[in-house]
Design a protein around this ligand. Structure first.
Ligand SMILES: NC(=O)c1ccc[n+]([C@@H]2O[C@H](COP(=O)([O-])OP(=O)(O)OC[C@H]3O[C@@H](n4cnc5c(N)ncnc54)[C@H](OP(=O)(O)O)[C@@H]3O)[C@@H](O)[C@H]2O)c1
Length: 408
């Protein structure tokens, strides 16, 4: 039975391939015909699918933010789709719906392997087959154990030509949050710090608003919007009474707001408490947090997440992230303060660092960007690799990242 199917697949695959080639054809002096796929067109359409997929970042967790482009047999873009807010519908059925009958004999460019399992909707691999797609180009295999190569296999078994690995590195970087949650059981973590020329994040009195200018602050809001959650330590929640929402971008969604506090000693009448019913507030506390405070915050609408505590009696960074991953988060944006930032760096859980540097000097009595780390030697210091530098108004943004080759 299996061999009958596969030999039928082979016939169908070669017939379809030759159909595409004949349609495409190349005549002397005419160059590649419009419908003919080349490495360059594959990369171009995948880059467009990547851009589409990125629209879902921060709003589709725990699902991946996938983009899909349908190109008809003549090489024209016929449909576009990206994962809808909340994760459904997936990118592929939306792009196919837009393409209609133009999908027949065409190519689907999908940033991630199409799903193979029936959940709330039929598998996307099946939907692509039924739409008559002749070729599927993907960037990477989906490591979700429910897919893990099954989507590609289902397509191939139906005679669809499958090409994978197109723009893999770029798509992997965009999908890091989803990949991290599946393979490491925790979300990707971006740490953001805004510092003075001398590496301070606040004056001696704790004043930190605003060290950087409006362009940098706008970028911070855009970064918040592309993450599932914004996180701060309890010290920042106590000192600044922050709102931690995305403002000034005209968007319709808000990331979850996470505060890390072992004892839950947080202002019960602050901004977070007042707005917990409007925008989610998750409080990550230790097992010894006061029962009355837990009940009070639950009454205000916050979600309480018990996390393990480390030998230093603080919330354990790895346990904190595993708890957030189990709750579904794929991308977390930590905005300090210095004590939490130091603890995260020391635990080696920071994947990306966004350093906003302002041309202001605060002196040694200002708050250092990082709290004590207890390092004995330079060789013990966490080290990140510079990936990009940008000027934002009068400030500098430098982006750093961890080498994740052996991790994700
Ligand atoms: N310029 C900037 O980018 C920026 C950003 C943020 C903050 N700030 C400034 O930084 C100051 C606050 O910084 P901070 O260092 O005092 O506070 P923080 O890092 O925001 O919070 C530290 C507190 O978080 C809780 N915590 C739980 N687990 C922890 C862990 N593993 N490691 C560290 N802390 C943990 C503890 O409070 P519990 O006892 O409640 O558990 C601890 O006292 C404020 O003045 C604020 O304005 C500046």
């Amino acid at each position: 039975m299996i061999s009958t199917n596969s030999s039928r697949s082979c016939v169908r695959r070669s017939r379809r391939s030759s159909e595409v080639t004949q349609r495409a054809g190349t005549g002397p002096g005419h160059g590649p015909a419009p419908g003919r796929a080349t490495a360059e067109t594959d990369q171009r359409h995948m880059a467009a699918a990547l851009t589409l997929g990125a629209r879902g970042l921060g709003r589709v967790w725990p699902n991946p933010a996938v983009g899909c482009i349908i190109v008809d047999a003549q090489g024209r873009v016929a449909g576009r789709g990206w994962t809808a807010p909340g994760g459904r519908p997936h990118a592929e059925p939306q792009a196919l719906a837009q393409a209609g009958t133009a999908a027949r004999g065409g190519t689907a460019y999908v940033t991630l392997e199409p799903c193979a399992h029936t959940g709330q909707t039929p598998p996307c691999a099946r939907t692509l087959i039924e739409a008559g797609i002749a070729r599927v180009v993907t960037a990477l295999e989906d490591p979700d154990p429910r897919v893990a190569g099954e989507g590609h296999a289902m397509l191939r078994a139906a005679g669809v030509d499958v090409v994978t690995g197109v723009l893999e590195d770029r798509v992997r970087a965009m999908q890091l949050g989803f990949l991290s949650r599946i393979t490491r059981g925790r979300p990707m973590l971006t740490l953001k710090l805004a510092t003075s020329l001398d590496g301070r994040i606040a004056t001696a009195s704790g004043e930190s608003q605003w060290i950087t200018g409006p362009e940098a602050r706008r970028r911070v809001h855009a970064m918040r919007a592309s993450h599932d959650a914004v996180m701060v330590g309890a010290g920042t929640a106590r000192a600044d009474d922050p709102g931690l929402t995305v403002r000034g971008l005209g968007i319709s969604w808000q990331p979850v707001r996470v505060v890390v506090s072992r004892r839950l000693d947080l202002p019960l009448e602050g901004q977070l408490a007042r707005t917990a019913r409007d925008v989610p507030v998750w409080l990550c506390h230790g097992p010894d947090a006061d029962r009355d405070l837990i009940a009070a915050w639950q009454g205000l609408g916050a979600r309480l997440l018990a996390c393990p505590v480390g030998p230093d009696r603080q919330i354990d960074p790895a346990g904190l992230l595993e708890t957030l991953g189990a709750a579904g988060l794929t991308r977390v944006f930590c905005e300090g303060g210095g004590a939490l930032a130091a603890s995260l760096l020391l635990a080696d859980v920071v994947d990306r660092l966004a350093m906003f540097g302002a041309g202001v000097a605060l002196g040694a009595e200002g708050w250092p960007a990082l709290g004590a780390m207890g390092l004995g030697a330079l060789s013990e210091a966490p080290r990140l690799r510079l990936s990009r530098v940008e000027q934002l108004g009068g400030d500098v943004l430098s982006l750093w990242e961890k080498d994740l080759r052996d991790e994700v």
